[in-house]
Design a protein around this ligand. Structure first.
Ligand code: ATP
Ligand code: MG
Length: 669
């Protein structure tokens, strides 16, 4: 098969840097490159080239991808090049196939325990046993934290120390989390199950502890490539090292500016430290971008520069339209703009499946779904659909149990109260993990949908409300069933993908960057998310934000543009990005210290009171610099407040809660 492949044709349409990477078929190789520069293409070509030139037989190759979908695409690409039989898999999938084979050998003939679909069932049972309000902690956040620990090979007993060293805040107090983690591991063992992390843990154990198995496994695959290497976690890295053994045929490919999974334990350190760990490694940088127009890349480059990076994406594509950054008066106006943009694109010949709308959190999707449904535009949600989310299903179940006689606003009040009492809903997000935010936002949206339904029919009863939710859920499912509509997905899921047209709505403070991002590292990850989003677009890119949105409890909330937009604005003579008239882009960098912000004024007023009633000078309560830092960072939880410089434990104990009250009580603008 391989002999039919002419190696020269595999090189024909590559640029010199890509060609160098493809020709480097042996030894350690690191390909660093920006978005859209052909990293994934280099992996498939290099693999094909190595096989075609007899460097490695096809069945000894392993290509590691970030998702199953990317693995399938890789297999297809290689098949397209005339190479069936190459293994392309995620770390998990490959580990699973090895464990299936070796488990009986090392466990008295017993088969590999069944795989837990998700940690959710066990963890949510444990979460419900937590004291007080903690019982509402989403099991996903607890599961994520367990995953983070296992990705770093941290056992329950070592968690407290390691988390402190990593400055990691668990979603619940640390002693409670350690208990949940330990109980989870035991419950899983009793049920004779293993989870996804165990696949990697157990394979590492197998390779470390069983020399014969390790030798056989190593003999099967000896030539490795890893795509998206910037998001590798320590456990995956260890596994990769064990697969590799003392051989050196490893090619890693990645872009540290696209690291967006550090919250799960991943780190770009393995990519940046590759040469140090593999002395003599070839390092190749791809610098030409084949995906996007120069106009789109100009924006991405400015964002990189704002991050202090000197890397530049160099365009090869023909010029296109200048990306727009648009301001709208409210969410409806922005939704109308999305609809109009899609209609215009489709009218001009862009297939709907070549259009994507990217969002920061899932709860942003339903209002967009509603607008598209109304405009009869087919769409496809990639990832979990809103009306299938557990808390949304629970909320609908609650509606079914509301008093039959309650109507209109009474129905709404009863619903609101039950969401609070039964699901722990708080209109003000109390912080916590990523899933807690998603959950709060979903429930707020559920209430908003209910309020809208009541506004339309003042005597609405529970049956009517249930019917309304069911209609929306069915519309979402139906629209998503077609398969070739406009894509709706999160920035995280967009990794590695590309579309002709990309729309990025709601680029606002509190959404991107997400409100809970406080540390520099967290903000940098938010900025990288936007970078990933910008660089998904081939020819059309539209960014937007709205000045007002409906918040929880039907309140109109004023919004500010994302601080990142400030970095995208054209400097005089530096590029060609249009900022529409009136868009206050210059006002965007809002994290600049605002001595005269309303929050600062409120903090000062509170300090005066506190100093008077405690009989101490104002600076003892809190110096100006501390108040200014609080006003900048707007911490909303005690742990976040504790991280503000100058916030010692005694000050935290004496004034922490009051300070948080002031921050929470002050509108975001
Ligand atoms: P990301 O960082 O987003 O994962 P990437 O570096 O992996 O991007 P690819 O997806 O491999 O980039 O390539 C981006 C696009 O450019 C693809 O459509 C690919 O087919 C195309 N491409 C890559 N190299 C070339 C080339 N030499 N000539 C023409 N098109 C190319
Ligand atoms: Mg790629």
């Amino acid at each position: 098969m391989a002999r039919q492949l002419d190696p020269e044709t595999l090189l024909a349409d590559l640029d010199p840097d890509q060609r160098e990477a493809v020709l480097a078929t042996s030894g350690p190789v690191a390909v660093h490159a920006g978005a859209g520069s052909g990293k994934t293409r280099v992996i498939s070509r290099r693999t094909a080239y190595a096989i075609a030139t007899g460097v490695v037989p096809a069945d000894q190759v392993l290509v590691v991808t970030f998702t199953d979908r990317a693995a399938n695409e890789m297999v297809e690409r290689l098949r397209g090049l005339g190479l069936p039989g190459v293994t392309a898999r995620t770390f998990h999938a490959h580990a699973l196939s090895q464990l299936r084979h070796y488990w009986p050998v090392t466990h008295d003939g017993r088969p590999l325990p069944e795989l837990l679909d998700s940690k959710g069932l066990i963890v949510s049972r444990l979460a419900r046993q937590l004291p007080g309000h903690y019982r509402f902690t989403p099991s996903k956040d607890l599961s994520d934290e367990i995953e983070w620990s296992k990705a770093r090979r941290i056992a329950p007993g070592a968690y407290e120390r390691e988390a402190a060293a990593a400055r990691r805040e668990p979603p619940i107090p640390v002693d409670l989390f350690v208990r949940v983690y330990g109980d989870y591991e035991r419950a899983k063992e009793r049920a004779n199950r293993i989870d996804f992390d165990d696949l990697l843990v157990e394979t590492v154990n197998l390779l470390e502890g069983n020399g014969d198995a390790a030798a056989t496994i190593r003999a099967r695959k000896r030539w490795f490539s890893v795509d998206e290497y910037q998001d590798t976690n320590p456990l995956q890295q260890r596994l990769l090292e064990l697969w590799l053994g003392d051989r050196e045929d490893l090619c890693v490919v990645g872009d540290e500016d696209q690291t967006i999974y550090t919250f799960t334990g991943a780190t770009s350190d393995y990519l940046t430290g590759f040469v140090a760990r593999h002395p003599g490694a070839r390092e190749i940088t791809l610098s030409r971008n084949y995906r996007s127009t120069p106009q789109i890349l100009a924006l991405a480059n400015r964002l990189l520069a704002a991050e202090g990076r000197r890397k530049q994406l160099v365009a090869t594509a023909a010029p296109g339209d200048v990306p727009r950054i648009e301001r709208f008066a409210d969410a409806d106006a922005e939704a109308a703009h999305l609809v109009a943009s899609i209609r215009r694109l489709v009218g001009a010949g862009t297939p709907p499946s070549e259009i994507a709308i990217l969002v920061r959190i899932n709860a942003q999707i339903p209002p967009i779904e509603a607008a598209l449904t109304k405009a009869r535009i087919a769409f496809r949600v990639r990832g979990q659909r809103f009306f299938e989310r557990p808390e949304v299903r629970e909320a609908v179940r609650i509606v079914r149990r509301l008093p039959a006689e309650a109507r209109g606003s009474l129905l709404l009040a009863a619903f609101d109260a039950r969401l609070r009492s039964d699901l722990g809903f708080e209109a003000v997000d109390q912080g916590g993990g990523a899933e807690a935010r998603e959950r709060t936002a979903s429930l707020a949206l559920v209430l908003e949908i209910a309020a809208e339904a009541v506004a339309a029919r003042h005597d609405l009863d529970r049956e009517g409300l249930v019917a309304d939710f069911e209609t929306r859920g069915a519309a979402e499912a139906a629209a998503s069933a077609g398969g070739d509509g406009v894509n709706l997905l999160t920035f995280h899921r967009a990794k590695g993908l590309e579309w002709d047209a990309v729309l990025l709505p709601q680029l606002e403070e509190g959404t991107l960057p997400i409100r809970q991002a406080e540390s520099d590292a967290e903000l940098a990850e938010e900025r990288r998310l936007l970078y990933v989003g910008l660089t998904r677009a081939r020819r059309f890119l539209s960014l937007s934000w709205a000045e007002r949105r409906t918040g929880a409890g039907d309140r109109e909330v004023r919004r500010r543009p994302s601080e990142f937009l400030g970095a995208l604005v054209d400097r005089p003579h530096a590029g060609r990005v249009t900022v529409l008239p009136g868009a206050p882009m210059n006002a965007a960098p809002s994290r600049a210290r605002s001595e005269d912000s309303p929050l600062m004024a409120a903090l000062r007023a509170w300090r005066l009171d506190a100093a008077r009633s405690d009989g101490v000078p104002a600076y003892v309560v809190a110096p100006d610099t501390l108040l200014a830092d609080i006003a900048d960072q707007r911490p909303t939880t005690l742990p976040a407040l504790r991280r503000v410089k100058g916030m010692g434990p005694s000050r935290l104990g004496r004034y922490g809660e009051e300070m948080l009250e002031i921050v929470r009580g002050s509108a975001r603008d």
